[in-house]
Structure formats: C-alpha cells, structure tokens
Design a protein around this ligand. Structure first.
Ligand SMILES: [Fe+2]
Length: 227
C-alpha cells in the first residue's frame, strides 16, 4: 500500500455543521478543599506514625531511612478521626452516585485507610498500581510542595496504552496523554475510581511528603453478615 501525505492538507477540525466531539468513558478525579480536617488529621497521624517509626528503626538498622516509607494503618477505626472518616465516606458515595451508579442495594465500606510519610533522607517511591476490587480510592494531603513527589495517574485503558502514538508535546494535557500529574496542596482531598493506576515517582531532594490513602468497596447490603 502506497503512503500518501494528503491528510496533512486538511486544515484543523472538520467544518461540517453536524461535527461535534464528546468524550465517553472518561475517568473523573475529584479535588476538593478539606483543609478543615487538617489539624485533627495531622495530630492523630503524627501519634500513629511515631509508634511505627520506633518499630521501623529495628527494621532499618541504621538512622538513615533512605527509601523507607513509614505507614500506619487502620485510621478508619480511630475515634478522633470519626468526622473525617464520615466525610470521606459520604463524598465517596457522592462520587459514585454522581457517575450514575445505583447504590440503592449497596453499602460502601472502608477496606483501608492509612497514613504514609516519605523518608526524611529521600528515596521514597511507589510504582504505578491500582487496588483490586476497590470502587473508590483517594488521597488526603497533609504535607507536600512543588519539590516533593506527587501523584501521577496513568491512562487506565489497556487498548489505548497499547496503541499510543508519540505526542507532539509531552507536556500537553490532551487525548493523547498517557500520564497526568498534580502538585497537591495540603488539605486537598482527591477521589478517583479504584481502577485508575497511580504512582508517586522518585524525586531528587528530601522535601517532606505526608498523606492519607484510602480505599472503599461497595458491597451488597447484608453481605457483611453472611459467611
Ligand atoms: Fe494506591
């Protein structure tokens, strides 16, 4: 088959009256200001992670924590965080409801809610991953800045990833994008569907990065008590 270059002569989008472009099967991410919880969350997470840090010292076997991410789980069960937990739960329900999912016969439950603190000596990284059988995943940022690591999301469409062409500008945010990243402001809550792969890349420097990660699952009503 002969290659032709005549497509290049077309000038921009089709001029047809009926032409329109709409996006289907897109992946929403919600961002919102939840900074009212910041003080309470910081206090509880610092207490929890201090216990973890003592334990971690035995594992690290040195004062240098390079590459070691401190994690403290079970936050959804801590009474001092109950208002925050309830808020995350309600907004997660709103997030799915707003997408058109019928939750009349389901309840949302927390599968995980845990604090993560990147190492003081740097080297913190999390490879791209998604959480199996999770419907809403999210972050709540406690400490971060434009030099710390940041959340990076990858196009979740396997077919699209397999057939991507090179981009004209890799910095553009467009249909051709493979990744998107954000510099989170402390106090921001982000919600996204559980299928969306996310990562925290390695960056140079030792800027602090602290956040809560949570995962919620929609379970059929009554299923929890059935064994
Ligand atoms: Fe994750």
């Amino acid at each position: 088959m002969k290659e032709e270059t005549w497509f290049e002569t077309m000038d921009g989008n089709p001029q047809n009256d009926w032409f329109r472009e709409q996006s289907y099967f897109s992946s929403p991410i919600w961002f919102e200001n939840a900074s009212g919880f910041l003080d309470a969350v910081k206090k509880v997470c610092t207490e929890c992670v201090n216990i973890e840090k003592k334990q971690a010292l035995k594992k690290i076997k040195s004062k240098n924590d390079f590459g070691y991410i401190y994690q403290s789980g079970g936050l959804e069960k801590i009474p001092d965080l109950s208002q925050f937990v309830e808020y995350v739960g309600k907004r997660s329900w709103d997030f799915l409801n707003n997408q058109g999912f019928d939750l009349a016969n389901h309840n949302l439950i927390f599968k995980d809610m845990w604090y993560q603190e990147f190492p003081k000596e740097g080297g913190g990284v999390q490879e791209s991953h998604a959480h199996p059988n999770i419907h809403v995943s999210g972050f709540y940022f406690i400490e971060s800045n434009d030099k710390s690591t940041r959340p990076v999301f990858t196009d979740p469409r396997a077919g699209a990833l397999m057939t991507k062409l090179p981009m004209k500008q890799t910095s553009d945010i467009c249909h051709a994008s493979t990744n998107i990243n954000f510099i989170p402001q402390p106090g921001t809550m982000m919600l996204f569907n559980g299928y969306l792969p996310h990562a925290f890349p390695l960056v140079s420097g030792k800027e602090p990065f602290k956040f809560i990660h949570f995962n919620l699952q929609a379970v059929p009503k009554g299923a929890i008590n059935v064994v």
